[in-house]
Design a protein. Sequence first.
Length: 585
Amino acid sequence: MATILAQPEPRPNHGKAVDLVSVAHGRLMLVLLIFVAITGVMTVRMAWMGVDAGVQHERSISPLPVPRRADIVDRNGVPLARDIDGYAIAVRRDRLLGDPRELAVKLHEIFPDQTVGYFYKKLTSGSQWNYLRTRALPREVAAVNALGEIGIEFPREPERLYPQRTLAAHLVGFVDRDGHGAMGVERAFDNRLLDAQMRGKPLQLSIDTRVQAALEDELTRGMEDQRAKGAVGLVLDSRNGEVVAMASLPTFNPNRIDPVPAPPPVMGADGKLRPGRITCDMSPRCNRVVQARYELGSTFKPLSFAIAMDAGVIVSMTKRYDATAPLPVGRFTIKDDHPLGRWLTVPEALVHSSNIVTARIADEMGQAPLERAYRSLEFDRPASVQLREQAGTLFPAKWYRTTIMTTAYGHGIAVTPMHLASAYAALVNGGMWHPATVIRRAPGEKIDSRRVFSEATSARMRQLLRMIVQTGTGRNADAAGYRVGGKTGTAEKPKDGGYARRSLVSTFASAFPMEDPRYVVVVMMDEPQGSARYPGIRTAAYTAAPVVKAFVSRVGPLLGVYPEANRDVDISELMPLVEGDKEAE
């Protein structure tokens, strides 16, 4: 019997199956990896191309980055200028989807200070990238963003913010589009403000924003009431030359700089038209304190009397001078605006503001002492203050007899209000002239000062200036208890080789408290037309002097000067030398 051997059942090939699955899985993973790698490479490449294109595009059509600047603060640390990350609104013309005309109309509705034509030109110009607005407010950005135009962008960039707006605008100044100072302190200290090592240390000015605000407010009230063309106010610390407040009206907002219109052309001597010159009457950015020069009239008389005292010409207050009639000098005649028709003592000549007596004293003194003192007071050069915007003076090239006489009472010589304030500081502080500064001085800082009047002369002038306010032309500046002393000055503006009789510059130069003068205050009204209280009267006694009274009464306590009814300068020895109470200018 044959034996049949059982055949083994075939077993599944597990090894081969596993190999096939592994191969398939590996191939799948390889494909996925290749796909991811290709996708990654393409993504990185596209991103790089986009960034590179954007960088190249920005380099070709965007402005350079604006440099960062240090803050500017007042003497008490109140911010006047600082950098912030602001908004701008710009357009990429190649990405615009909407109709530029319709978009321009909508932008004009958001920014009504710009015309539809202005925006249309920006949207259709040859440049691919244009600013539509700089220093835009968040609500303005939101309104433009709501238009849904993808071609409009909102870049963040450093912006210079002036948080006090128009306050001290002429002094603080502003920066240009490149981030460099274009005016005022911003311009004068541009390198200091841009210095990276000093960026964290604010530049501290000498002004007090409280005093500045009060000065601008009182000046504005006076200017509007008198319908004046412009106004100037300046407060100077007589002890060290610090500018405590400086105001020029009209003013401007440094956060929004409008272009200055081109001046009309002028006809030259050869009959050809030439570009005109921008004057302070044309631009609110003109700082009249240092950029406008004026013949400041009778405010010069106390200076001339002090010079004559030091020169030994005036040796007694009792000496009398002939003012019985106008004084003929060659083909000219010097007159008093309100003649008294009699001989006048020295105090009377100042109290009644006599041109005739001032001219006689100057004639007796001669050129040398007067010219030397005027040069020592820097009336022959731009004012010593750090601001770069400076007007030169009109100083006599030749000193004729009439020149000596008329410059003594402020005619034929033109200086800025800053010159006058520095001169009055020396007149009342004991005789020392200090260069003015808009930067707060450090305690014990050495000042480049010089003596221009003797201490005895300065003491006498304090008496005389106080007497002028108590009994003379300055009575409307007599702030109760503050012992103000000063002198009025009303002068006609030069015009066409002569003078415009209806165009007056009215000035009151003063100091307080006169027993120990700390602050000099100069207020000037440019072409006042008369106030509601004194309609039609345009002289300084009724225009500038009342503004000084209101201002001093308001800021005295802020400056540490308090009204004292029982304290004053002793002028009892001078009072018997003054007769009558007739006012003059």
